[in-house]
Design a binder for this molecule. Structure first.
Ligand code: FE2
Ligand code: FE2
Length: 287
């Protein structure tokens, strides 16, 4: 890691003792009416395709995360971590349920979301069966770091939710809040039951390439179907939002590299205020 990057990474970490989050399972019941706009994120096909590509991967992906953690659940003695695992499983199971509803909305809008979900499921099952429980957990911890830092970046810039149709803002804000709330669980189970640093770091390198590749391909596929693959205006606007201002991805780079530190822990970055603000704005009595 270069010195500049190391310094940026250092400054990205809030070095305080963060109180462990309470992991609250909230049962939502979103409905996505056909009257909602096809391009529900800033009226932009590229931004909509990007988050839709993530959504089709959630049902099988989050099932995989649950399986990976559950494998080690019975061995955990720490009462607090046991409680957090229950919260993690409950939250991820609910994310799957609500994203299936969103994916059916995509089907009705003419996108092959069901076929894409099935394809993701087959791929993940293939990988899962060929991996040891330790490898599956290392992969889950790495992917949970991705979901946490992307969610955290959205929570840092709540104006992004305001660019979405209200029902979509709610599901993404809710999912972001809960990804941040349970961001330490897979990591803590890994540290407690596996604690192989080389495997953790090696897995993150591999996961980074796969995560970037599959999400890019799925985004391009959805964009192609929408007929906006070569919509330069939409691309410029979304690239600016992701890498320019506010720069959702640009800002997560130091947080991403923090994972490679020997003393890294997901709770080192404190999102308390952002989570509280999003809870009161989007979750109402379910906050
Ligand atoms: Fe989730
Ligand atoms: Fe998660």
């Amino acid at each position: 890691m270069t010195t500049a990057l190391a310094a940026a990474t250092e400054s990205a970490i809030t070095r305080t003792d963060v109180t462990p989050n309470s992991i609250k399972v909230r049962r939502m019941d979103f409905e996505f009416a056909d009257t909602l706009p096809e391009f529900w994120f800033d009226n932009n096909p590229v931004l909509t395709a990007f988050l839709s590509a993530m959504s089709v991967s959630f049902p099988a992906g989050e099932r995989y995360f649950i399986d990976s953690v559950r494998h080690f659940q019975a061995r955990i003695d720490n009462a607090e971590l046991k409680e957090q695992i229950r919260g993690f499983i409950g939250q991820e199971a609910n994310h799957t349920k609500e994203h299936i509803a969103l994916n059916r909305f995509m089907d009705r809008k003419g996108y092959p979301a069901t076929a894409m979900e099935n394809f993701v499921r087959k791929g993940i099952t293939w990988v899962q069966r060929r991996s040891s429980p330790e490898e599956n957990l290392a992969r889950t911890a790495a992917l949970e770091h991705f979901t946490a830092i992307i969610a955290g970046s959205f929570l840092d810039h709540p104006e992004l939710f305001e660019k979405m149709a209200p029902e979509l803002a709610q599901i993404w804000a809710w999912h972001s809040i809960e990804e941040v709330e349970h961001r330490s669980v897979a990591f803590d189970v890994y540290k407690s039951e596996v604690n192989d640093e080389k495997l953790r770091l090696r897995t993150m390198v591999k996961v980074t390439f796969i995560f970037a590749l599959v999400n890019s391909v799925r985004t391009l596929m959805l964009l192609n179907i929408s007929g906006h693959l070569f919509n330069a205006r939409a691309w410029l606007k979304s690239l600016n939002l992701m890498w320019g201002r506010p720069g959702v991805f640009r800002r997560i780079v130091p947080h991403y590299f923090a994972y490679y530190r020997k003393d890294f822990h997901p709770a080192q970055h404190d999102y308390h205020d952002q989570v509280e603000a999003a809870k009161s704005r989007y979750l109402g009595d379910k906050a």
